[in-house]
Write a protein that binds this ligand. Structure first.
Ligand SMILES: *Cc1c(COP(=O)(O)O)cnc(C)c1O
Length: 403
């Protein structure tokens, strides 16, 4: 292995630190235990309580909790009536689910390039790619920074398209003073353990539209209804229900809902700590010409889910892989978000080729996700900053020590 030797010294830390980690306290544990002792394990009072809480926190009119963020995206596409031969525009710098949800509906994902400074989908590219068959945009608030909602919403509504915001990273963020989740046609959330709040697996769709809300409820549970107004026939008796569309079982359990309610109580402190860490990173890395800091738009008051370190290849003698390995040698274990979705063999098989989104592809070559989570200590943060600074300066183009 060609691991770059780092100035010959010993690692900055002897204990490994990872890029993300959940934070579970006694209140979380007690909340789950209480449900286990109750009458309901699924579809009980905790689901309703959770949905109410999500509405309170975000200002959305309706929330539909579901089994995970991918299910939330699928349900949102179904509610938007995305069908075969429709096109759905999304970004390649995201988790695969943001594009897969279009494929689930038989539609075609169309990849729009990013803004090279914010790394979010570029509304101008969305406009260019909009055609006769474009039905929706799945816009991802990458790292937790809001997409340009005003511009995207205006374009979507002028062209009879639905704006689905993939808000898997966005909880705790505000756009122009309003919480994300209360602005787009539908916003999906994920509560996977690496996200800002978690319940193991979980998701939700937020919307202000009663029409979408009613459809989402149907799709969550097999397309089955007990509501008279949705039924096609007279009930045979009190046991009667009807399946009126092809839905799924995307329900969340009450154990998970209870855990998430307890996690959401901590969102303000989670958010504050993430902001502190991001500020410390930005201050340290903004001074280093070997690195590029993600641009923050003034419209977004951001709770960051990920911290993306971007390398400046003109100032470094090592590439991203070598930088990543050098951080690992310091016991700082990072990750990369994301591999452009259309690089995957499944998408290649569908006919997508490299070169589609040059700015996204360049970004992918230059990024590393640094540790960012609530439970990081001040010492952890300092260690990450020291290690990154040490590597960046050691491998500066003007520094002639041997790599
Ligand atoms: C995590 C994530 C998802 C999927 O959420 P799951 O709950 O894991 O299904 C979708 N989109 C983005 C951008 C994500 O980060």
């Amino acid at each position: 292995m060609d691991k770059p030797a780092i100035s010959g010294g010993s690692p900055i830390r002897d204990k490994k630190i990872y890029y993300g980690h959940q934070y579970i306290d006694e209140a979380d544990i007690q909340a789950v235990v209480d449900v286990l002792r109750s009458d309901y394990l699924t579809c009980g009072p905790k689901i309703e309580e959770l949905e109410k809480k999500l509405c309170e926190i975000t200002g959305a009119k309706y929330a539909v909790a579901c089994s995970n963020g991918t299910a939330a995206l699928h349900m949102a596409c179904l509610a938007a009536e995305i069908k075969e031969d429709d096109e759905v525009i999304t970004t390649p710098i995201t988790f695969a689910a943001s594009a897969n949800c279009a494929l689930y509906c038989g539609a075609k994902p169309v990849f729009a390039d990013i803004n090279e400074e914010t790394y979010n989908i570029d509304p101008e590219q969305v406009k260019k790619l909009t055609g006769e068959r474009t039905r929706a945009v799945v816009a991802v608030d990458f790292t937790g920074q809001s997409v340009e909602l005003d511009s995207l919403l205006a374009h979507c509504h002028a062209n009879n398209m639905v704006l689905i915001e993939d808000g898997a990273h966005v909880i705790g963020t505000r756009y122009k003073g309003r919480c994300n989740g209360s602005i787009a046609d539908m916003t999906t959330l994920s509560f996977h353990p690496v996200k800002t709040v978690t319940c193991g697996e979980g998701g939700a769709v937020l919307t202000n539209s009663e029409e979408y809300y009613k459809k989402l409820l149907l799709y969550r549970t097999h397309g089955i209804t007990r509501d008279l107004w949705q039924m096609h026939h007279e009930p045979d008796g009190p046991w009667y229900y009807e399946q009126v569309v092809l839905g799924m079982n995307y329900r969340l359990t009450d154990m998970q809902a209870a855990l998430l309610i307890s996690q959401l109580d901590k969102l303000p402190v989670f958010s504050l700590r993430r902001k502190e860490i991001v500020k410390a990173y930005n201050e340290a890395f903004g001074k280093l010409p070997q690195l590029v800091v993600q641009k923050e738009i003034p419209e977004s008051d951001t709770t960051r889910h990920l911290y993306i370190l971007r390398l400046n290849p003109l100032r470094l003698r090592i590439n991203r892989k070598q930088f990543f390995e050098a951080l690992e040698a310091e016991n700082i274990c990072c990750n990369v978000h994301y591999i452009p979705t259309y690089y995957f063999p499944y998408y290649e098989k569908l006919g997508y080729r490299r070169g589609l989104c040059p700015k996204a592809e360049k970004l992918y070559e230059e990024i590393i996700s640094l540790p960012l989570y609530y439970a990081m200590s001040d010492q952890d943060v300092k260690d990450v900053i020291r290690a990154v600074t040490r590597i960046a300066e050691y491998f500066d183009v003007e520094n002639s020590n041997e790599a």
